[in-house]
Design a protein around this ligand. Structure first.
Ligand code: CDP
Ligand code: CDP
Length: 205
């Protein structure tokens, strides 16, 4: 039986950073489920039908170069509100979780919908201002000219869309442990996550 870690939370909270570190530490496989929605969003921006794109998604689509752009992030959160798109992506995510001895999946609904029986559920969050600051710095290094105010508005718009949609809204699972990374370094946030997972692994017989 696989050991599954579900990591959910809003944009730029540090989910991906923690997930990669946890996967490396415990030797688990990692799936960034946001990439699935980003890949659908990118194909829809190019003129595709959202549900058809989600059904036809292939591993190669997750390697596309533009998936990290702000435009694709907004498109991802729009297609992510469509029940047909979400339904088309469920089996792939659950198959991934089952298929590895240890798996970390990060996204918005992993602990609530995709893997409700996950061994560990973390809800990683931070204030919108801190998250916007992180994204602003990342985008600046990547050559984007968006202002901090613009990035903050984008983060808030995506939070609102993700939290208020009818299907699989962003929220902590009832049994999730919250890690607020607003005042934590990456090393501190990673250490906290590893501590929770190590304790839980020790308990499982
Ligand atoms: O996956 P998600 O969108 O939640 O966030 P990320 O891409 O892992 O992290 C966003 C940025 O915040 C990265 O540049 C991290 O280095 C930085 N960061 C962090 O992840 N955790 C902290 N405690 C502090 C900074
Ligand atoms: O990296 P960041 O946290 O900015 O975004 P992401 O994880 O790549 O997700 C992009 C968008 O996909 C989110 O704003 C959500 O609307 C959607 N998403 C979702 O609905 N469910 C997931 N499990 C993962 C992402």
């Amino acid at each position: 039986m696989s050991f599954v870690v579900a990591i959910d939370g809003p944009a730029a909270a540090g989910k991906g950073t923690i997930s990669r570190a946890v996967a490396a530490h415990f030797g688990f496989e990692h799936l960034d489920t946001g990439l699935l929605y980003r890949a659908v969003g990118a194909r829809v921006l190019a003129g595709g039908d959202p549900v058809e794109c989600a059904r036809g998604l292939s591993a190669a689509d997750l390697e596309a170069e533009n998936l990290r752009s702000a435009e694709v992030a907004q498109a991802a959160s729009r297609v992510a509100a469509l029940a047909g798109v979400r339904a088309a992506l469920v089996d792939f995510q659950r198959g991934f979780a089952r298929g590895a001895k240890g798996a970390v999946l990060d996204g918005r609904d992993i602990g609530t919908v995709i893997c409700p029986g996950a061994d560990v559920k973390l809800f990683v969050t931070a204030s919108p201002e801190v998250r916007a600051c992180r994204r602003f710095e990342e985008q600046k290094s990547a050559g984007s000219g968006d202002s901090y105010d613009r990035v903050l508005a984008d983060v808030k718009a995506r939070d609102a869309r993700d939290m208020n949609r009818a299907d699989a809204p962003l929220k902590p699972a009832a049994d999730a442990i919250t890690i607020d990374t607003s005042d934590l370094s990456v090393a501190q946030a990673v250490a906290r996550a590893i501590g929770v997972i190590a304790a839980r692994r020790g308990q499982r017989v």
